[in-house]
Structure formats: structure tokens, C-alpha cells
Design a binder for this molecule. Structure first.
Ligand code: HEC
Length: 269
């Protein structure tokens, strides 16, 4: 508003002030018209940018606004760990502070909802006319704290190690203790690989993991077979009639041997 007025000359300005005083400026059609025009401009800019991006690039070949994609999608990937876009890092990090299942509700629904309600309610509970920041200590402190905590959470989210793997690795000593393979370095290494390789996206192990897609609990899998069998199994699960689990041959023989030793040592505690 202030900027619009700056461009009018004095006479216009006086008339405008007079008008506003006498009859106000109508929301319909004036304000609505302004907003509609501005929204249209924004939409047109977005469409134009999208068109330039699309027609100037071709697949991985970059145009001035970047390529369509950096590498072709691989629908068969099993090791991909999805991460949010940067502007969701603060929410993403909240999920690490609040743990599934007890308090996750606070992070996913509680805090964002409370923040939104406070924001929507702002014009209703903050009705003082005072606008100088120095006279509004509560609002200023709240604003600074909000920005600061979002910045810190965004930073933590951006630099956080991959959730599943790094958190699960913390359980390895516990597993080693319970299963009694603490003094077998190969099995311990296998346990770390097991925690980091996404196995627990499907399997469960001593209370950790997801239990997805019909994958069995592996806590006492060592009772059924030898390490060499597990190595063969992991190299080519399809050969054992398992078409859900991808091959882990890419880990290399040494790592597979470690995983095999770990599985064989997992006799149920
Ligand atoms: C995409 C889900 C998925 C992932 C990821 C996965 N598995 Fe499996 N796994 C399965 C399913 C499902 C079965 C059961 C197949 C069947 O019963 O035929 C299975 C079976 C197994 C078996 C055989 C169990 C038995 O009873 O003989 C072993 C051992 C095993 N997985 C180990 C692993 C290891 C180690 C990893 C990680 C390196 C892993 N799995 C990752 C889904 C998965």
C-alpha cells in the first residue's frame, strides 16, 4: 500500500486519503481485482519458467534452468533412502527427535498444527496497533525463536546421517551381546552392514525393523543354516524362490561373508 501511494502525487494522495476516510476502499471489487491480477502474473511467470526449463533441456542435457533429471530413475533400487526437499528438513529432523511410535504424533501432527493455528489466529489475538519492533517484545522474541529453531533444525536435517542405517548401527553392540558374537569381529562387521543395508526395511531383528512384505524375523535365523548358505542366498535370493528381496552381490564377497557370519551367529539369544 505504502509503495503504491508513493507513486501518486500529492493531490491524488489527498483525494485518496479523503476517499478512504469517507467510504473506505471496497474489498470487492478493488482489493480482489488487485489480488487476482497479481496472482495471474505469478502463475504466468511460473508457467513461463516451466516452459523454458522444459524446452531448453533434454533429458540429462542441461538447459539454462537445469536438466530434466540428473540420472534415469531406477525402479529396481533397494538401497535408495528417500530424503525430503531442503525446505522440509526441519520437519524431517523433528521426526528424529521424536521417536516412533510413542511421540511421533507430536512431531507429525502436534507441533505443525499448533504452529499453524497460532499463525491463523494471529490477527485475532494480536490486536494492538503498536508496530515498532522495540515495543513488541513478546512477538519479536517469538519470531526470532521460531526462525532460529527452524534454521537449526534445517541445518541438522541437512547434515544428518541417513536415518535408518546410522540409528540402527547403534544397536549392534546390544545385538552382539545378546547373540554372543561380540568377540567375532566378522560377525560384528556383518551386523553393521545388516543395519546399514536396508535389510530392516523388510526384516525384523531382536525387536528392530519393519516386518514388511512377508520378510521373516531373522533373530534366530542362524539355527537354520550355515554362513555359506546365507552368502549364496544373499548373492541370488531369486534362486531360492525369493523374488521380493533383491540381490546383494554388489556388496562384494568380503561383505557378504561378514553378513553370512552375522546371520549364522544369530541363534536367537
Ligand atoms: C524388500 C524386502 C527385503 C529386504 C530389503 C531384505 N529381505 Fe531378506 N527376505 C525378504 C523376504 C520377503 C524373505 C522371505 C522369502 C521367502 O520366504 O521365500 C526374505 C528372506 C531372507 C532370508 C531367508 C530366511 C529363511 O527363512 O531362510 C535371509 C537370510 C534374508 N532374507 C536376509 C536378508 C538380509 C541379510 C538382507 C539385507 C542385506 C535382507 N534380507 C533384505 C525380504 C527382504
Amino acid at each position: 500500500m505504502a509503495r503504491d501511494l508513493g507513486e501518486l502525487n500529492r493531490e491524488d494522495f489527498a483525494r485518496y486519503k479523503d476517499d478512504v476516510k469517507k467510504e473506505g476502499k471496497s474489498f470487492f471489487p478493488r482489493a480482489l481485482f488487485h489480488d487476482t491480477v497479481m496472482s495471474l502474473v505469478v502463475v504466468c511467470v511460473i508457467v513461463a519458467l516451466a516452459a523454458i526449463w522444459y524446452f531448453d533441456a533434454d533429458g540429462v542435457k542441461s538447459g539454462i534452468l537445469g536438466p530434466w533429471y540428473t540420472e534415469p530413475a531406477d525402479p529396481a533400487t533397494t538401497s535408495f533412502v528417500p530424503r525430503p526437499d531442503w525446505y522440509f528438513y526441519f520437519l524431517f529432523y523433528l521426526l528424529r527427535i521424536f521417536k516412533w511410535p510413542e511421540t511421533v504424533f507430536i512431531a507429525t501432527v502436534g507441533i505443525p498444527t499448533i504452529a499453524l493455528i497460532l499463525l491463523i489466529g494471529l490477527p485475532f489475538y494480536d490486536r494492538r496497533r503498536e508496530r515498532r519492533p522495540s515495543r513488541r517484545p513478546v512477538a519479536m522474541v517469538a519470531a526470532v525463536l521460531t526462525v532460529l529453531s527452524m534454521a537449526v533444525l534445517t541445518w541438522k536435517g541437512a547434515t544428518a546421517k541417513e536415518a535408518l542405517g546410522s540409528e540402527l548401527v547403534a544397536f549392534v553392540p546390544e545385538w552382539a551381546q545378546e547373540q554372543g558374537f561380540a568377540d567375532d569381529p566378522q560377525a560384528v562387521k556383518g551386523a553393521e552392514l545388516f543395519a546399514q543395508s536396508g535389510c530392516l526395511n523388510c526384516h525384523t531383528y531382536l525387536g528392530q525393523g519393519a516386518g514388511n512384505l512377508g520378510a521373516p524375523d531373522l533373530s534366530s535365523i542362524g539355527q537354520t543354516n550355515e554362513a555359506t548358505y546365507f552368502v549364496r542366498y544373499l548373492t541370488n535370493p531369486a534362486a531360492f524362490g525369493n523374488t521380493v528381496m533383491g540381490s546383494y552381490a554388489y556388496l562384494g564377497q568380503e561383505n557378504l561373508d561378514a553378513l553370512g557370519a552375522f546371520l549364522a551367529a544369530s541363534k536367537g539369544g
